[in-house]
Each structure stands twice: as C-alpha cells, then as structure tokens.
Ligand binder design. Structure first.
Ligand SMILES: Nc1nc2c(c(=O)[nH]1)N[C@H]1C(S)=C(S)[C@@H](COP(=O)(O)OP(=O)(O)OC[C@H]3O[C@@H](n4cnc5c(=O)[nH]c(N)nc54)[C@H](O)[C@@H]3O)O[C@H]1N2
Ligand SMILES: Nc1nc2c(c(=O)[nH]1)N[C@H]1C(S)=C(S)[C@@H](COP(=O)(O)OP(=O)(O)OC[C@H]3O[C@@H](n4cnc5c(=O)[nH]c(N)nc54)[C@H](O)[C@@H]3O)O[C@H]1N2
Ligand SMILES: [Mo]
Length: 764
C-alpha cells in the first residue's frame, strides 16, 4: 500500500466548499487574472507582457494550443493565460543559498505549489552521488557530467529523452536530432499521456493525426459537438469561437459527465454585453454521459444515421463522398445493425430520447464539427472511440468542407509542433530517411520507449539516464509511488526547467537541474535576438518573440542547452554544426525546411505576420494518406466500462487554478472549491447508495486485479451533480491511484479518466 508521502503538503485546514457555478469568464475572471500579475511584476512589466500575448509580433501564450483569430483583439488572452504568463515571468528567483539551506530530503516534504512559488531557477545545480543537496555548478562542467555518463553507456538505448509540450519547434528539432545522432529513439513525451489516442486513431482512419479544420470553420458550422473537454478552464478562448458560432446560428452540444461552467453559460470579457449581462448560453443541449460511454453513443448515432438513410435513400448519407473517398461502409453497416439500445443506454446513462435527439441534430446539420480532449483520449477504449467519431463524420461527408471536421483540441501550446518536428518514439521511415539525407547519418530505426514504457524501463534497470526537456514527469505519469521508485533507480536524471517541481526532488543517483529561458523572455544569441515558432491546434505555425529581458543573466535558451550538450557528447560526429544552430536559429529552420514536409519556405513563411498554415490532406483536398489511400470506416467491438458493485469510476482532472502539475492557487472557482484540493466529487444519489454524505472524509482506494490497493487518504466528499457512478478528483494528486498497467488499447495512454475506486469512511 502506498501512502501520502508522494503527495506532500496536501492537508488543507481552510478548505471551503460552496456552490458550483454555471457561467464562466466575465468580469471576475479578467480582474482576477490581472491581480497576481500586477502584484508580482508591477504595472509596467505587466502591461508589456499582457499586450504582447498572442499578438503578431509578441509571444505565443503557453497555456494551451488554442489557435489565434486572424484579427487579434488588443488583449488576446484569457484568465488562465495571464496566470501562466505571470507564473513564468515573475521576477522572483531561487537564491544560491537555497541549495545549501534545503536538503533533498526536506524538499520531498514540500508541495508542488510551494516548489513552484520559490521562483525562477537561475543557475545550473548538481547533486553528486550520495549527496542530499544540489549545489551550483558551472554550465561547462554540467555538460561534461552528462556527456561522460551518456558516452559511458553500453547502449544509447539506456538513455531516454523526455519532452513536455511547451518546447518550441526549433528546440524540438535539434533535441530529436541530438537523441537520434546519439543513437536512440527513446523520445517519450507528454503527448503519450495526452492526445496519443487521437494520433493513433486519426492516422489509421484519415491518414493524419491532426485536426481537419481551420480556425474560421467554427464560425461556419451548423452543429458543434464538444466531447470530453472543459474549455471554460482549459481553453477559455474557445468560448469566444463558440459564441460566434452561436451568433451565426450554430447549435452546440456538450457531452460530458460534468456540467462544466463555460459550456453552460459564458460572459465574454471582450464585450460590454458580456460584462454586464447574463452572458450567452453556450450549450443548447447537455448530454450527461457516463465515463467511457462515448463509444456507445457515437455508434448509436451512426446507426441512426444509417437508418434515416434507409428510410429516405439518397438524402442522409453523403454517398458521393463515401464512394469516392472511403472504404469499409458495408462492413460497418452490417456490424452496427447488431448494436442494441439496451447496451447503449447502460453504457451512456442517457435516455433513448437523448440519443435520438443527437442523431436528429446530426442528420439535420450539413456542417458539423466535433471537438474533444482528455475525456475521450484517456480512456481504455479511446482509440476505438475516436475511430467511431471519425466514422460518424465521414457518413455525412463532414471532413474537408467548410464548417465541418474533426477537431482535437490540444493541450500544451506546442505539443502538436513537437510531433511534427520528430519528437516521437515511433517516427515513420519517411522522416528518418529525410534526416539521413540531410545530415548524412542513419538514425536508429527500432522504435523507442513511450512514457509508460520509460517507467517500466527504469523499473527493470534498462534505462540509466533520464533527461527531461521541461515537464514534471514523475508527477504527470501514472502511479506516483511506483514512478518515483523507478526514477530513483536511474544513474543520472537531468531536468531542463524554468521552475522547481517534484521531478527535481525525486532523482537518480546523480542529478542536474539546468535552468532555461521562458517563452516570455528575449533570447539573445551571437546572431542577434532570436525568435522561435510553434504550431497550434489547427496546424497554423507562427513565430513567438520574447517580450521582456531574461529574469537573470547567464540563463541559456533551450536550443543552446541542447546544442552545447550535443557538442560535449558527440564532438564533431557527423559534422553537424551545433554551434551554428545556437548562434542563429535560421540555420535550424533551413534544415527543417529540407526535412519536414510543409516547411519548405520556413524562414520566409514564419516571418509573415500571422505565420502560415501547414498542408493537411483531408482538410485541403479530401486526400487521405492511409495505407489504402482512402478514409477508413472501421469496425470496432463496443467496449464500455462495467462498474463493479459498490465502486465508482473516478476521473482525474484539472481545477481552474492549475496548469497540469503546476498549481497556481488552491481554488477551483467554477466548482465552488476554495483553499484546498483534497476533494472528491460524487453524485448525491451515489452517496445515498453508498451510505456516505457530503463533507465526510474518506480514503479513496483504487483496485487493479491482484495488485495491492492504491490509496489516496482522507479526502473530503463533495456532493456534486456529476453523472451517476462517476466521481472526480484533481490530477496530479490522484495519479497515486492510476495503475501503471491501465492504458488505452493501441495508444498506451494512461487511463486517467476511468479509475475504479471504492470509498472507505475515515473514523473521525
Ligand atoms: N488552465 C489550464 N489550461 C490547460 C491545462 C491546464 O492544466 N490548465 N492543460 C492543458 C493540457 S496539457 C491539456 S491536455 C488540456 C486538457 O483539457 P481538458 O481535456 O478539458 O482537461 P481535463 O480537466 O482533463 O478535463 C476533461 C474533461 O472531460 C470530461 N470527461 C471525463 N471523462 C469523460 C468521458 O468518459 N466522456 C466525456 N464525454 N467526457 C469526459 C471531464 O468531465 C472534463 O470536463 O488543457 C490544456 N490547457
Ligand atoms: N492523472 C492524470 N495524469 C495526467 C493527466 C490527467 O488528466 N490526469 N494529463 C496528462 C497530460 S494531458 C499531460 S500533457 C501531462 C503533462 O505532463 P508534463 O508536460 O510533464 O507536466 P507539466 O506540469 O505541464 O510541466 C510543468 C513543468 O514544466 C517546466 N516548464 C514550464 N515552462 C517551461 C519552459 O518554457 N521550458 C522548460 N524547459 N520547462 C518549462 C516547469 O519546471 C514546470 O514545473 O500530464 C498527464 N498526466
Ligand atoms: Mo495534455
């Protein structure tokens, strides 16, 4: 049994629970967003930063991958973007004395919130084998330590190079180049825990693992279905696009176990009406689905679409599109005919009327967009669910026409671009061949480890060096206690970071922290000020320029860190001009232009105001680069979650005041939570059935086959209008409960949204 020491500092004596809200954004939000910035950074720095966020010559907001409109507002950001910027651009720094004053053992008792609040990291620090302290170390010595360890490995596959999705395109490209020149495809990334299921399902069915829509498609849609996503908190600017779509007459449907605030009502801070009025009602229909029930719902709707076509042949399906561009319809038709409504109702928790209504809305709309995020991808049946989602769109030709398409909403601001640049343990041969042509060496071809496999690799002693370009791996991955134990078995762990987090205090035998510039900061190199680029959720690539001077002298950019490490490790192996890359990022972009399709005129295109949009077969030309050259309508056995007697299905999700493992404050305003995070949201009818009550303290216990119980102790029950049988608690604390072996079929993404738990009352 694991106990709480993997989640330190999480007793909240001042916790308060109030009413959940049905509206999002509006005046409180935007005011709330400015307060911490002004308090920490002063009015001038605040003004400089806030007027540069998402502007054409400013920097790209790092809070999410939501795209920017062609015409920007003066303040083109949301409350949570402002928090992310303030968190990074704070002038508070970690003093040198910190390292002598705080042993690693003592830091293990600190919460993520406390660690993050210590300020920006400004000097490289090193923990020697056997020591309980980090101590400052010069940059050159830091690179020598890593290079010595890497070159002494008996195989390059004994190192793993993790990436979090904030890394820009140019950095990602040199980083994967370094890993592959070193000799490994061990490039796990946060995407493995995020939209991997999307990439897998979409590549197989439509030949590209990305969105098939452009930004302005939202305004042209007749129906938008938002599934498994909480935009009010995680993509607040999406609400502006939904509001516009509504004004143009679109119907909006939310499919979610939770009545999330922004989906119900939205007050637009950019508009006077939003500030004073009650706001726009966003979702016309809210389908409160059971966890993991989306696959059944999508199949049921597709079945009804086919039945409607049978009743009025030639009027419902887009037969021309289906004949010309797809394969598999007949097999699907046969399979889906056997779907029975009783199973659908059980899996979804919806009524027949609701399923019929959704089908009716879909059949009546000529332009439908379906958007989704983690509620769909972090499920056991995620890949199959997303294939069903594509099938539903294909039936009525809703791919590759204006106002229609598949729209995965990405998380980290450049997680999509990182993949485009080669951060993937399984890059296709076409990419590796291009690297070989460009740089004259043959990159390794065997697939590397993904995130979960990296933990297993560490457990088995197969990985000795763990290097992280950003992120907070041990806190973000499943089963915190097991992950931490695995990480402690490494020989060397290295974290390139802006701020302290849990992954800095759970180390291998030796450890290094390499501080780096954030996206808000000016990046000055020998060739002058440099800019970077990112790709958003709709495949638009644009530049991001730092706006304020670096928080301290002597910080290196991520590009500089990779290039210097590469020189220390590889010397002049393969004659790659690492020094030239560091001096002038245009040189990196020139290489990218010859390796990555769509970037042929990278240096010119990225300098155009607003950047450029990458080619996209399905969106641009209804071209599907699958194995068959057609979009694939697939047959998937229906899978849904059975809830064992007396158990609940727990999803782990984000509060309004966090960015992944970074905790900005202990509040979750829209859900009525103040000054605490140790809460579990449960439906009142389930509470009655379990003989538990709001306010009671429980141990949350997860069960996985014959493995020992995993326990999150002493959580406060909050009676909450979630779907029956479905509970919710905050990530990353609840990662303690997610079994390492619980992963989505086909994508190996941790099943963070469906953990079977039982609740045991704590004696008080
Ligand atoms: N402010 C802020 N912004 C962020 C982030 C952040 O932490 N803070 N994180 C970024 C990242 S990396 C990501 S990936 C995105 C995440 O964005 P989201 O996916 O919106 O994030 P979650 O909080 O995980 O919310 C999951 C949603 O899915 C719903 N859900 C859960 N299970 C199911 C199910 O079975 N079916 C359906 N239909 N719905 C379900 C939940 O109720 C919840 O509304 O946000 C990005 N943006
Ligand atoms: N149970 C559960 N687990 C989950 C999820 C869930 O919903 N439930 N969501 C999953 C998802 S969607 C994701 S994307 C992952 C996220 O996993 P990660 O991406 O690994 O985690 P983050 O919390 O985003 O990483 C935050 C850290 O990044 C560093 N950082 C911030 N900015 C920069 C920068 O500019 N450069 C560098 N080098 N470092 C920087 C800071 O040190 C900060 O502490 O977590 C996954 N884990
Ligand atoms: Mo994510």
């Amino acid at each position: 049994m694991h106990d709480r020491d993997v989640n330190p500092g999480t007793d909240y004596p001042d916790l308060q629970v109030g009413r959940n809200k049905d509206w999002a954004v509006g005046v409180p939000a935007i005011l709330h967003s400015m307060e911490p910035a002004i308090a920490e950074m002063g009015p001038l720095r605040t003004a400089k930063l806030m007027t540069a966020i998402n502007q054409k010559n400013g920097f790209d907001c790092m809070s999410c991958a939501w795209p920017d409109p062609g015409e920007r507002n003066l303040l083109e950001f949301c409350e949570n973007g402002a928090k992310a910027v303030t968190w990074e651009a704070t002038p508070v720094t970690v003093p040198t004395s910190f390292w002598a004053e705080n042993s690693l053992t003592s830091l293990l008792d600190k919460s993520e919130y406390w660690l993050g609040m210590q300020g920006r990291l400004v000097e490289p620090v090193y923990k020697q084998a056997g020591s309980d302290h980090y101590e400052p170390i010069g940059w050159d010595r830091a690179f020598t330590v890593i290079a010595d360890r890497l070159t002494s490995l008996d195989s390059p596959d004994r190192a793993a190079f993790y990436t979090s999705g904030r890394t820009a395109n140019e950095t990602a490209f040199v980083y994967q180049l370094f890993a592959r020149a070193f000799g490994t495809n061990n490039l796990p990334d946060c995407s493995n825990m995020c939209h991997e299921s999307t990439g897998t399902a979409l590549s197989e069915t439509i030949g590209i693992g990305k969105s098939t829509i452009a930004y302005d498609d939202f305004g042209k849609a007749e129906l938008i279905i938002v599934m498994g996503q909480n935009p009010g908190t995680n993509h607040p600017r999406m609400l502006t696009a939904l509001e516009e779509a509504k004004r143009n007459g679109a119907t909006i449907v939310a499919v979610n176990p939770l009545p999330e605030a922004g989906l119900i009502r939205y007050k637009n801070p950019q508009k006077a009406r939003g500030i004073i009025g009650k706001g726009t009602q966003i979702a016309d229909h809210f389908f409160q689905i059971r966890s993991g029930g989306d696959m059944a719902l999508l199949q049921a709707v597709s079945k009804r679409v086919l039945q409607a076509e049978d009743r009025a042949p030639g009027t419902v399906l887009d037969n021309e599109f289906l004949a010309e561009h797809t394969l598999g319809l007949e097999a699907f038709r046969e399979h889906i005919a056997a779907l029975d409504d009783a199973t659908v109702l059980e899996a979804t928790g919806l009524t027949l009327d609701q399923v019929d209504l959704l089908a009716d809305l879909y059949v009546r709309s000529d332009r439908t967009i379906i958007t989704w995020a983690m509620g769909l991808t972090q499920q056991k049946n995620a890949v199959a669910t997303l294939k069903e989602l594509i099938t539903l769109l294909l039936l009525r030709g809703n791919i590759g026409k204006p106002g229609a398409g598949a729209s995965p909403i990405r998380g980290h601001s450049n997680v999509q671009g990182d993949r485009t640049m080669g951060i993937w343990e399984r890059m296709p041969d076409s990419f590796l061949d291009a690297v070989q042509r460009e740089f004259g060496f043959d990159p390794p071809r065997t697939h590397g480890f993904d995130s979960l496999q990296t933990i297993t690799g560490l457990q088995r002693g197969e990985i000795d060096v763990f290097f992280a370009m950003g992120g907070n791996f041990v806190a973000a991955i499943s089963d915190t206690a097991a992950a931490e134990a695995a990480m402690r078995g490494a020989g060397l762990t290295v974290q390139v970071s802006t701020k302290l987090n849990r992954s800095h205090v759970v180390t291998g035998e030796e450890a290094l922290i390499l501080p780096t510039l954030g996206r808000t900061e000016v990046d000055l190199q020998k060739g002058g000020p440099q800019f970077l680029s990112v790709e958003d959720s709709v495949c638009a690539v644009h530049a991001t320029h730092g706006a304020v001077p670096p928080v301290a002298p002597g910080l290196l950019s991520e590009v500089a860190i990779v290039c210097r490490l590469a020189r220390a490790t590889l010397g002049d192996r393969y004659g790659i001009d690492w020094a030239g890359f560091e001096d002038e990022y245009d040189v990196i972009r020139d290489h990218i232009s010859r390796v990555v399709p769509g970037f042929e005129a990278f240096n010119a295109d990225v300098r155009r105001k607003g950047g450029f949009v990458l080619p996209n077969g399905p969106r641009d030309a209804r071209r599907f680069d699958t194995a068959t050259g057609k979009a694939m309508i697939t047959v998937n056995e229906l899978e849904h979650l059975e809830r064992p007697e007396g158990r609940l299905i727990l999803q782990t999700l984000r509060s309004h005041d966090q960015f992944n493992t970074t905790i900005y404050s202990l509040n979750d305003r829209y859900r009525g939570i103040t000054k605490g995070r140790d809460v579990i949201f449960v439906n009142p009818d389930d509470l009655a059935e379990l003989r538990l009550a709001d306010g009671q303290r429980v141990n949350v216990i997860s069960e996985w086959h014959d493995e020992p119980d995993r326990v999150l102790p002493n959580y406060r029950i909050v009676s909450y209008p979630t779907a029956r049988g479905c509970a919710a608690a905050y990530y990353p604390e609840a990662n303690v409960l997610v079994p390492l072996k619980s992963a989505a079929t086909g994508s190996n993404t941790p099943v963070s949204k469906a953990v079977i738990v039982r609740l045991e009352a704590v004696e008080q």
